[in-house]
Design a protein around this ligand. Structure first.
Ligand SMILES: NC(=O)c1ccc[n+]([C@@H]2O[C@H](COP(=O)([O-])OP(=O)(O)OC[C@H]3O[C@@H](n4cnc5c(N)ncnc54)[C@H](O)[C@@H]3O)[C@@H](O)[C@H]2O)c1
Ligand SMILES: CC(=O)[C@H](C)O
Length: 257
C-alpha cells in the first residue's frame, strides 16, 4: 500500500522539490498552493512524470481550507500518512517600520497556517488509528533572528515552539512532529528578499544581499530544493519513527546548535 503525503505551498520553490522527492520515494502526493495557475502547471509536470498525484488549491491561513485539503486527500487516496506544512512568506523591513499589516499577514500564513494544517492532519491520523508525521518548514531564522527580517524570524521561532508543543501533545497517538530548518536557497522567496534588502541599502546592488548571506555558508554554496528534500524525505520515512519535536538545521554550515 502506497503512503500518502500532502505538501502545502508545493507549486514552486522548496515545496515542489519536496513533493518531487516524496513522489520518487513512492508516496502518492497531494500538491497544494494558493497560486492556482502555478499549481496546475506543477500538476501537469508530475502527471507527465507518471506520478499518482492530486492538486488542491487553498490558502493555509484559512482553517477550513486546511481541513478541506485533508478531506480531498482522503476522498482521493483513502488515507493520509505525512503532512508537510511548507507554505510560508517573507517580509523585509527595518524593525521601526513593522506595522500591523505585516505582523498579521506573516503570522496568519507562517504560524496560523501551520497550526491549522497540523490540526487537520492529526484529526485524520487519529481517525485512521495509524501513526502519522507532521513536518514543518522552520528556518535558520527559527534559531537566529536576522536584521530586516524581524517578523519573519519571529514567525519561525513560533514554528519551532509549535513543533515542540504539538510533538509533546500528539505523541500519545504515535504522531511525530518535526521541522526542517533550511539556510539560504535561491527560490522566489530569496529573489524577493534580495530585491527588498537592496532597496533599503544604497551599498547593495541587486543580488548582493543574497550573496552576502550565502558567502557565510561553510560548505561554500547556496542550498538547492534537493538539499532540503533530502532531510524531509528522511523525516517522512519509517527511519525517523523515533524522532519527534526536533527542528533540524540543513544549511551547509551557517548556524550551529
Ligand atoms: N528559500 C529559503 O532560503 C528558505 C530558507 C529557510 C526556510 N524557508 C521556508 O521554506 C518554505 C518554502 O520557501 P520557498 O523559498 O520555497 O518559498 P517560495 O516563495 O519560493 O514558495 C512558496 C510557495 O508557497 C505558496 N504560498 C504562499 N502563500 C500561501 C498560502 N497562504 N497558502 C498556500 N500556499 C501559499 C506560494 O504560492 C509558493 O508557491 C517557507 O516556509 C520558507 O519560510 C525558505
Ligand atoms: C529565507 C530564510 O528563511 C533564510 C533567512 O534564508
Amino acid at each position: 500500500m502506497s503512503k500518502v503525503a500532502v505538501v502545502t505551498g508545493s507549486a514552486g520553490g522548496l515545496g515542489k522539490g519536496i513533493a518531487q522527492r516524496l513522489a520518487k520515494d513512492g508516496f502518492k502526493v497531494v500538491l497544494h498552493d494558493i497560486n492556482e495557475d502555478l499549481l496546475q502547471s506543477a500538476l501537469k509536470e508530475f502527471e507527465a512524470d507518471g506520478y499518482d498525484v492530486l492538486a488542491v488549491a487553498g490558502d493555509v491561513s484559512k482553517r477550513e481550507d486546511q481541513f478541506n485539503l485533508v478531506a480531498k486527500t482522503v476522498e482521493k487516496f483513502g488515507r493520509l500518512d505525512v503532512f508537510v506544512n511548507n507554505a510560508g512568506i517573507d517580509a523585509v523591513s527595518p524593525f521601526m517600520e513593522i506595522d500591523e499589516r505585516q505582523l498579521n499577514k506573516l503570522f496568519s500564513i507562517n504560524v496560523n497556517g501551520l497550526v491549522f494544517g497540523t490540526q487537520a492532519a492529526a484529526e485524520q491520523f487519529i481517525k485512521q488509528g495509524s501513526k502519522g508525521k507532521v513536518i514543518n518548514a522552520c528556518s535558520i531564522a527559527g534559531h537566529e533572528a536576522y536584521e530586516m527580517l524581524s517578523t519573519y524570524s519571529a514567525t519561525k521561532h513560533a514554528v519551532k515552539a509549535f513543533t515542540h508543543a504539538a510533538a509533546k501533545e500528539l505523541a500519545k497517538h504515535q504522531i511525530t512532529v518535526n521541522a526542517y530548518c533550511p539556510g539560504v536557497a535561491k527560490t522566489q522567496m530569496w529573489d524577493r528578499i534580495d530585491e527588498e534588502m537592496v532597496k533599503y541599502d544604497d551599498n547593495l546592488q541587486p543580488g548582493e544581499a543574497f550573496e552576502k548571506f550565502s558567502s557565510a555558508i561553510a560548505l561554500g554554496r547556496y542550498q538547492t530544493p534537493e538539499d532540503v528534500a533530502n532531510l524531509v524525505s528522511f523525516l517522512a520515512s519509517d527511519d525517523a519513527d523515533y524522532i519527534t519535536g526536533q527542528a533540524i538545521l540543513t544549511d551547509g554550515g551557517l548556524v550551529y546548535r
